[in-house]
Ligand binder design. Structure first.
Ligand code: MRU
Length: 325
């Protein structure tokens, strides 16, 4: 399932805010349009944001200050490392006199390759018929192809595996309901939507063999920043003795962050909680809302971090470095 097209020097994205009710492709006109597309989640999911920002920096930096453009785009969403990682690659290409569009295409193609490898490593840990719980959307809509958290399921489907997936709806922006269930239905994978507060129920009922989630930044000690609510799912998984797997490209590991405490968490407009997707606000105008977009999952709750370079197991401080060897 495609979420981005680069054709005849024009950049188009599938507007993910309209899914699953409408499939609308939008041409990106300029850098402000691109910034708003990232901020409002028209394009979202850490790797997809990186790929998009790579093309945007390459396309709209002509005759402008590329460093300012990078800073501007990076500020749209601070938590996922992929955004600043991709814009940095385009800036490096600029500094070395390379072709910026070619570099953006390289980021895009490499992501397909990385997701394929993550999916293969992830699939090696699963069995045909497994029940899987996932949170948010870490599939093809969030990446280039296959996905990270959903990658093993999509690859497994190609190989004839039958999984039973439970998708947390993922309040407040409903990526699990709007995107994961849509994407898995389209892929022909059995999916059941649950509210976030039902995760304990499905685990207790014995319906879940593994939890698979994507990630936005991995600290050197293996703490990971994931979609808000993920750490609660990890605590439940530990309680019920269910493996909890975090999947992402190795470039998501940020050795500049020693622990999860060093990861900046994006705070979004609290009004989203009361007003997004509802005909009428669900609380009084004066009621305050706190709306962090991500939370940090403590490394003690993670069974393995699955990257394109291999599978890291605790102690992560050591295993994450060893994957580079
Ligand atoms: O806020 P979003 O929708 O961009 O958040 C997406 C996630 O949290 C994903 O799990 C994460 O980016 C990994 S994407 C493969």
């Amino acid at each position: 399932m495609e979420n981005l097209r680069f054709e005849k020097n024009k950049l188009y994205i599938l507007d993910q805010t309209l899914l699953p009710n409408e499939e609308k492709w939008v041409e990106i006109e300029n850098e402000k349009h691109a910034y708003d597309a990232i901020k409002t989640l028209m394009v979202r999911g850490a790797p997809a944001i990186g790929i998009f920002a790579g093309y945007v920096t390459a396309l709209f930096s002509k005759g402008k200050d590329i460093y300012k453009l990078k800073e501007y785009l990076d500020s749209a969403r601070p938590t996922a490392v992929n955004l600043s990682w991709a814009t940095k690659r385009i800036v490096h290409a600029f500094e070395s006199g390379g072709n910026l569009i070619d570099e953006a295409k390289a980021i895009h193609n490499e992501d397909i390759e990385m997701c394929r490898k993550i999916s293969e490593y992830g699939l090696s840990l699963l069995k045909d018929g497994d029940g899987i719980l996932t949170h948010c959307n870490a599939g093809e809509l969030a990446t280039s192809k296959y996905g990270t958290g959903l990658g093993p399921l999509i690859l497994g489907k190609e190989k004839g595996y039958k999984f039973h997936v439970y998708s947390d709806e993922t309040r407040p922006l409903l990526q699990g309901a709007r995107l994961t269930s849509y994407e898995l239905e389209k892929a022909g994978i059995d999916v059941t939507l649950i509210c976030d507060n039902m995760a304990s129920y499905v685990m207790k009922e014995g319906l879940i063999n593994a939890v698979l989630v994507g990630c936005d930044r991995v600290a050197a000690n293996g703490d990971t920043a994931n979609k808000i609510g993920t750490s609660g799912v990890a605590i439940l998984a530990k309680h019920y003795g269910i493996p909890f797997y975090v999947l992402g490209p190795y470039s998501t590991v940020d050795f500049g962050c020693k622990t999860g405490n060093d990861i900046e968490i994006e705070l979004r407009d609290g009004e989203e909680i009361k007003k997004m997707f509802y005909k009428k606000p669900t609380a009084l105008e004066e009621t305050k809302c706190l709306n962090p977009a991500f939370d940090v999952t403590d490394n003690s709750l993670i069974t393995a971090i699955i990257t394109d370079k291999g599978i890291a197991k605790p102690p992560f401080e050591k295993s994450l470095k060893e994957l580079l060897k």
